[in-house]
Design a protein around this ligand. Structure first.
Ligand SMILES: Cc1cc2nc3c(=O)[nH]c(=O)nc-3n(C[C@H](O)[C@H](O)[C@H](O)COP(=O)(O)O)c2cc1C
Length: 186
């Protein structure tokens, strides 16, 4: 086929590059079917998950241990404090890596801010999928980092169990501060 050029607002130009035909699509569907079948046959509470949970258990505060062991999934939300090494790929239009190298306070503040924001998006995404989230600060960050992130560049922020919450275990309505108590206009 001759090259097809479509110009949308001067941004998108489609060249004549071939796109996968129905045969490639069928192969992909076959692979998806196989993966889906394997996943649906996976036994709940696999050995790996049990092992990882057992590894986490001693580092949890007493009050968080039982519920974390019972949760189907617990994520360790952690921050990559060497994030700036990815900037030549993620932010290639400037030498952004050089803004951070050697400036540890800036690295730590930026890493913590951005990773915490992204963790909040993860919670929103999980809730949008109908899952409940149980964020937890009650654990030893140092011990979790030593056990799970021996590279030293990744540091845990908080834990978050994901699953279907038990309404019977909820506290009665907790207080909420009003907008006026919480925010002020400059
Ligand atoms: C950052 C953060 C840390 C928390 N740490 C714990 C914790 O260690 N143990 C616990 O039982 N609840 C903890 N909570 C509270 C619960 O995870 C949960 O947020 C609470 O039950 C209220 O639910 P809500 O998010 O709908 O307000 C924490 C909440 C947040 C936001």
């Amino acid at each position: 086929m001759a090259a097809l050029l479509v110009d949308v607002d001067g941004v998108l130009v489609l060249r004549g590059d071939p796109i996968p035909g129905p045969k490639a699509h069928k192969t992909l569907l076959k692979r998806l079917r196989r993966t889906s079948r394997a996943l649906s046959r996976k036994k709940k509470g696999s050995a790996n998950r049990r092992k990882a949970k057992a590894k986490l258990a001693p580092f949890l505060s007493e009050g968080n241990r039982a519920k974390t062991m019972e949760a189907p999934v617990t994520a360790i939300i952690a921050t990559d404090h060497a994030f700036y090494e990815h900037l030549p790929t993620l932010f290639p239009h400037a030498d952004a890596r050089s803004w951070f190298v050697g400036n540890q306070p800036l690295i730590d503040a930026t890493a913590f801010r951005n990773a915490t924001l992204h963790a909040a998006y993860v919670l929103l995404a999980a809730r949008a999928l109908g899952l409940d989230c149980g964020p937890m600060s009650g654990f030893s960050n140092r011990k979790v980092d030593e056990a799970f992130f021996p590279d030293g560049r990744t540091r845990s922020n908080f834990l978050c169990s994901l699953g279907c919450g038990d309404p019977a275990a909820l506290y009665p309505d907790m207080g909420r501060r009003t907008f006026e108590e919480t925010c002020s206009f400059a």
